[in-house]
Unconditional design. Structure first.
Lengths: 190, 190
């Protein structure tokens, strides 16, 4: 295995793009899509809260707590999980501005390990990767990610690999990122 | 339905007991138990991070972000979820000091709704409730919780109801709270 180590999360990108460009980032699109899935009782998939280590809290009154100092910490798992058709669903979602490849530095080694564990225990585990400049969003199953990592020494997955191995998620109006349609086409075969 | 509304989470209790009495609170016991389950490749169940709304951040340098103001927010779902034997597992864990009953005010209405949805979609959904003074920890399936809510007008579940309907989780050394043993005895019947 050729996992990337000591990856630092770019806090600026991940926590702020979604607020400034609400409805445009992959995270915002996925949140709206998951909300839509829940509203039609199709699936219950949520984004986990961002892990934060709180170091100072003020209590002006019993029910009001203001955090005065805290730090972002590295997530132990992936960002999204939930249930669909009785199956446990687990994935990480990432954007890249590159037109040619997706750097494995975007994914923590323990997140890949986590997705592997989920798959082995009967869940459906994958990445959703958006090439923002190309406006293409792909669903890459964990097995295909592992195949790349096992066979290649490159630290980034070329777009070609996504074109050949991953599943293009077509833009739609509602939900914006209909990744469960892709899962539907795969279920049984997974 | 007789759901409690407008519940306020007691931040002091929930976020600090677990740190001060590490290894003694239900949360700490569950975290250690889940870690143990992962270490023997039995199940992948995690506590979700506490949801926090960040309102002010300082960036002294690119990789260092210090949160200067933030607030605890109400969680949209339950605290724990994951996968066991291919099944989606979802639960909320609560402690009470009462010797006689568990107040439904401890659970948000939308958390009960969430557990109901999970059950309907094929997951295993429950509460783990610890009566700290009695040192008794129970696993109450969502259906039995709903039965109580549907039939009774009381805002708290008497200990008797747990004794009759829930499953006592016996203390053990490793894992401390072996709730999957209880799930094992139920799987198939759920």
């Amino acid at each position: 295995m050729n996992y990337p180590n000591g990856i630092k999360k770019d806090i600026k990108t991940s926590s702020f793009i979604s607020h400034k460009n609400r409805g445009m980032s992959l995270e915002a699109d996925l949140n709206i899509s998951n909300e839509y899935y829940r509203s039609i009782d199709k699936a219950y998939i949520y984004k986990k809260p961002t892990p934060i280590k709180v170091t100072k809290v003020d209590y002006p009154s019993r029910d009001k707590a203001t955090i005065k100092e805290a730090f972002y910490t590295i997530p132990s798992t992936t960002d999204y999980n939930g249930i669909y058709k009785g199956k446990y669903i687990d994935f990480e979602a990432k954007e890249t501005k590159s037109k040619t490849s997706f750097s494995l530095n975007n994914i923590h080694a323990h997140q890949i390990e986590h997705l592997k564990n989920i798959k082995r225990h009967g869940g459906i585990a994958f990445l959703i990767v958006r090439f923002t400049t190309l406006n293409q969003t792909y669903l890459l199953l964990i097995d295909d990610l592992l195949e790349f990592i096992d066979q290649k020494t490159r630290k980034s997955i070329p777009l070609d690999y996504f074109v050949n191995k991953a599943y293009l998620i077509k833009d739609s109006y509602e939900p914006r990122v209909d990744y469960l349609k892709t899962i539907d086409s795969l279920i049984g075969g997974i």
